[in-house]
Design a protein around this ligand. Sequence first.
Ligand SMILES: *Cc1c(COP(=O)(O)O)cnc(C)c1O
Length: 361
Amino acid sequence: MTRVYNFSPGPAALPEAVLQQARDEMLDWQGAGMSVMEMSHRGKAFMSIAAQAEADLRELMGIPQNYKVLFLQGGASTQFAMVPLNLMSRTGKADYIKTGSWGKKAIAEGKRYGEVNVAADTGADGPFTSVPAQADLALTEDASYVHYTPNETIEGVEFPYVPHTSGVPLVADMSSTILSRPVDVTRFGIIYAGAQKNIGPAGLTIAIVRDDLIGNALEQTPAMLDYQIHAYADSMYNTPPTFGWYLAGLVFQWLKGQGVLAGMAEINERKAKTLYGAIDKSDFYANPVDPGCRSWMNVPFTLADAELDNVFLKQAEDAGLHTLKGHRSVGGMRASIYNAMPEAGVQALVDFMAEFERTHG
Ligand SMILES: *Cc1c(COP(=O)(O)O)cnc(C)c1O
């Protein structure tokens, strides 16, 4: 068996120890005589798996008791609709900060349910390569909420700060940055994330929702998109994504084994510095993002000669460095280096890049 270094943006690499444990427990989960996939979600075994995963996530992120943790389906893309459906009723208006492709999609969906004010748009005059300063946010006092994307996965643009919103609930699409470092959950009304980047397998979506934001859904809201219905049912209104929930739980255990999230943050910062350092010190590689808001998780870069892109990708793959192709809208390369990417993987990438530059630069 050969495992490669997988730089995929999502679904992304999982910690090897987690996959091994899932393999060992696959046919018989802790003496239950069956796989987690085959268990009733209402049985004692799965209920314990579910409760442990939630408790571990609460501990890792320091989630206060006045927040519900929901284990949902539909991906972050469903949250683009679920957020306005549940929150827009307050004033019928919402502020959105636009710093990349995912924020753009959230805005398009938000507009279906109310009036959207774009409080900042860093892509109005070209590609998204920066975030607005707090002072440049045109926030409105009577917004129902403020939505932003702390890390734009495609462009590799990350907020170095949490916006202040003067008491208006802040909603964050943390799909590609959740658990990469500590956050102060109390600054947020809602945090949501599709699992397939930094949590677990595709098919699970986590929403962390402050209590007071639950129970105000617009009248037309389908039951499956109402936070209240999922909150009352402890995310078991219908059959939840049981295997994804279980695997996320194993990832939380793995993270706890690494120590606190501050430790993970140190490793992530070091990985990012190594890669950006290699890009910046060369004239052959370039990253277009404002150095003050470069993503720790998704690192896009271009070669001096785009004609060499395919050669680079092919040779990288031969060297065991997979899925480095950039998003079609940005071009070039992108290395996603989430929690599960070991430092040795980043080192292997920068070594390969130096050698490629020596032979092709
Ligand atoms: C991947 C991603 C999405 C889309 O997630 P799905 O789970 O595929 O719907 C949305 N927002 C961000 C920031 C992402 O990285």
